[in-house]
Design a protein around this ligand. Structure first.
Ligand code: ADP
Ligand code: AMP
Length: 214
């Protein structure tokens, strides 16, 4: 297994740039947030449990996350993965290291998407996603061709329940409390690469590809 991690606060643009990189690099996009939203939609047990945490902007317990990620990696032990929104705690990062060691894989690089708090809030509050396929838009920055309608499949665009203004503030606090320590964790391993990510997604994609030599 060969992996990269997209690290950064909610709203930094990880999912958007991952969708670009999945077309221009061999890495598959693995978003734990997308997997959890799919589980909620499917009405599975994991989804049911996760929803109460997600709606409040809290993190889903590590055991549930490691379960869904482990299942995905076992399907393809030789895959090339781009993790988006994972790991989010020291515990998850340590468990990921163990999994990678066990299957003889490599964590190539961790990209930290750097965006100011004001821009993060604007990006999250304006985010709209397709109810059917999950494609991500922004009401002003990256609007669909036809207002309220997904370009990909014509599905209706909706706001994520956790993108409401009161939950957004909590998610930023949760990031500071539980995830930001991963910056020094990966810095210590010599894996961290900071990307200024307030410009276009294409610009961020270009910088990441250059660093990967792809
Ligand atoms: P994350 O996965 O880090 O939470 P997203 O990729 O979902 O972030 O992006 C958050 C919001 O910001 C979305 O509405 C997206 O359309 C918008 N967005 C993403 N990248 C950019 C960018 N470079 N410039 C402006 N808006 C962006
Ligand atoms: P995201 O789509 O990455 O913004 O994630 C949405 C929500 O899903 C988060 O606010 C958490 O509640 C949950 N979530 C996603 N990934 C993880 C993770 N790695 N660990 C814990 N919770 C997660």
């Amino acid at each position: 297994m060969d992996a990269i991690v997209l690290l950064g606060p909610p709203g930094a643009g990880k999912g958007t740039v991952a969708e670009m990189l999945k077309k221009s690099t061999p890495y598959q996009h693995v978003s734990t947030g997308d997997m959890l939203r799919a589980a909620i939609k499917a009405g599975s047990e994991v989804g049911l449990k996760a929803k109460s945490y997600m709606d409040k902007g809290e993190l889903v317990p590590d055991a549930a996350i490691m379960g869904i990620v482990g299942e995905r990696l076992e399907k393809e032990p030789n895959g090339r993965f781009m993790f988006d929104g994972f790991p989010r705690t020291n515990e998850q990062a340590e468990l990921l290291d163990k999994v990678i060691e066990r299957i003889g894989g490599k964590l190539r690089r961790v990209f930290l998407l750097d965006v100011s708090r004001a821009v993060l809030i604007d990006r999250m509050c304006g985010r709209r996603i397709c109810k059917t396929c999950g494609a991500v838009y922004h009401e002003r920055n990256i609007p669909p061709k036809k207002a309220g309608i997904c370009d990909v499949d014509g599905g209706p665009l909706v706001q994520r329940p956790d993108d409401k203004e009161d939950v957004v503030a909590n998610r930023l606090d949760v990031y500071q409390r539980q995830t930001a320590s991963l910056i020094s964790y990966y810095e210590g391993k010599g894996l961290l690469y900071r990307v200024a990510a307030e410009k276009s997604g294409a610009e961020t994609e270009k910088r990441i590809r250059a660093e990967l030599g792809l």
